[in-house]
Design a protein around this ligand. Sequence first.
Ligand SMILES: Nc1ncnc2c1ncn2[C@@H]1O[C@H](COP(=O)(O)OP(=O)(O)OP(=O)(O)O)[C@@H](O)[C@H]1O
Length: 362
Amino acid sequence: MASITIDGIVKQFSGQTVLQNLSLHIPDGAFYTLLGPSGCGKTTLLRCIAGFYEPDGGRLLFDQDDVTRVSTHHRDIGMVFQDYALFPDKSAFDNVAYGLRARKVARPEIARRVGEALEKVGLSALAERYPAQMSGGQRQRVALARALVIRPRVLLMDEPLSNLDAKMRLQMRDVILDLVREAGITTVFVTHDQEEALAMSDRIAIMDRGSIAQLGTPEELYGTPVNAYVADFIGSANVIPVAARRMDEGSSAAGTAAHVRYQLAGQELDGVQGSPQLAGDSVLIARPEDLSLMAPAPHVPNALHGQVLRRQYLGFKTAYRIALQGGPEIRVELHAGNTVADFQAGDAVQVLVPADSRVVGA
Ligand SMILES: Nc1ncnc2c1ncn2[C@@H]1O[C@H](COP(=O)(O)OP(=O)(O)OP(=O)(O)O)[C@@H](O)[C@H]1O
């Protein structure tokens, strides 16, 4: 087991910078996920940690050991890939035993540890099967057992669930979490599936073009995204451009107290408090489930006028697509059981924006 410190890693491919001075510390025993759209550099970062790629700048430490120039073979990592990467001509037992044989572990010890590892992934009965005779989920269990049986310092997983069907993906989430928690192993998990990231991780690093846009717990990323990119990537979010207006509120010993009010097409959002630093163009971020609807009425604070474009009944909730007056189309979701009036396409409505909505720089 070891912590991982990524210190200002730079990686370029033929002049294109794919990782830009990226730093991240992963504590010993933590489960961290790299999440982001295709091409943002997740796999490249994982491959730098694994030693498949040598970075063009920066350092990589396992605990206090600088492993930047250490070969993959000597880094003591376990790796699980999307396509399993099993040896097709070896049985499940021999696939799992491979790393132990390479390390010259004694035969009886190999038999014991491989047996234990296969049991943990629920494959004791299939030890003599070849990969072609197993399902995707079973193959991925073999790959997991093979990675963990060598008791590596860190476990690196590159989209390990992407090739599995939806039901097996859910099952394997639990198998992986149970095993890595039991082993207490530091894990870096790459995915582009936000729900998987939310469900599994201690912390998620959201990547954007070779940098980390935000690092946080699932709750932090969902509740307090630092910008529209993160808000939109994790869960769905309405991103509403607003104009900021600075208000000065008299003077005190501490100086002039300033705050900011926001407007959309002349409609004031009186209650939403902004930070005085955000005086330029800004965006208000609102989750569909945090908004509510009412029939138009005068003098309602924090309400934006709009019209229902579509109503979709989804059982436990009803989703509305609303065109805001002078603004974008947004989505509002009302959960069944909330005693609110129902609206139909064409209805004029007011959208109530919570006073604690986040406003960030555009
Ligand atoms: N060996 C390589 N040679 C040249 N360019 C590469 C190489 N590997 C990756 N790249 C480029 O680096 C960028 C990041 O790729 P990377 O595979 O790290 O992205 P990713 O976030 O893992 O994407 P995906 O989810 O599609 O796997 C891409 O623009 C890709 O084309």
